[in-house]
Design a protein around this ligand. Sequence first.
Ligand code: DAH
Length: 377
Amino acid sequence: MPTSDLGLDQTLAALGITDAAQVTARFAEVRRHFDGQFQTVHDEADWRLFRDRWLGRKSGVLTLVTDNWLKPATPELKRDVGVSLNALRAHVESQIEVRRLAIESGAEESTLARERVDLSLPGVIRPIGSRHLIRQVFQEIEDIFVSIGFSIVEGPEIETPYYNFEARNIPEFHPVRDDMDTFYLELPKSAKTPLLLRTHTSPMQIRTMEKQKPPVRVIVPGKVYRRDNPDATHSFMFHQVEGLAVDTDITFCDFTGTIEYFVKQFFGPSVKTRFRPSYFPFTEPSVEFDVSCPFCGGTGTAAGGGTCSKCKGAAWIELFGAGMVDPAVYGFVNYDAKKVSGFAFGIGIDRMAMLKYGIDDIQVFFQNDVRFLRQFP
Ligand code: DAH
């Protein structure tokens, strides 16, 4: 029943209510009406509307009852109307307050329920990164050399031509400079010396010997740069580990024994090694180290028959360059070439990683595709 049907805009007399029993009955009806509407109030917005409809100062139900029923009531009924009205007001006000509290605590409860922390849920898993394969191979190589008495030094990636070339026994117009098309830095005209991105880790041989008297046993891991066009085996930036051992009694046997030990530690004890004559300006004699193909066991034949695709049937794979230090190099660092001897090597890390882990394109190292990286956790 809508509130308008209660006759709130008329006087009791106009409604034909003339005795106390009728007054009581009419107020009971209003109260039933209130109780019915009250059931539908569940949230704060409903509650506000409901409160205003019943308690609103200007046109709330209780105001209308006061103005239209109580004030114009006949003197005989006035007291009864007043008593009923007070009872109704007490009921309405208390119920509305009770409902306010219920809605408030309900809202609180549902907020609590929403925000409840479930300690049994699995935590947020933040994946920890892993080391790049190149880093891992650096580490493998460093561990092997450190275990036999080498220490690790690192040097600048921006070098002077003196350390990168001249002191490596590569004078200005030496043809091997052509192999190392170089990135020179653009410098102001006033610069004292040109600067370049080092083309190999060899400059650190010189820097180390300048600082330290023999015996020297160091390896130099690091990045190097050449003006190469990218393809499956070339990149303008790649990685090397340089090695240098100089002392008063180092022989060719120490040299080959050390390298052989390293290669077997790195690829496994069953590989064989060999060296072929080669040329580097800073070593004499110079060699190129080969390893028996780790993929076909040095047979040249693939497991399922046919030619091994890695060594192309050659059974050997070229690993890196090395040699006995050219006595001319000692002249640049004030070592007495008559008293000392030593060996050096320059290992290409990317190539070693590709060989050991069966990777056929150097570019994947630098593309940062997680599908590749995740294969080497
Ligand atoms: N520096 C050479 C290069 O980058 C590699 C190398 C060869 C380093 C023989 C050496 C060495 O120390 O003895 O191609």
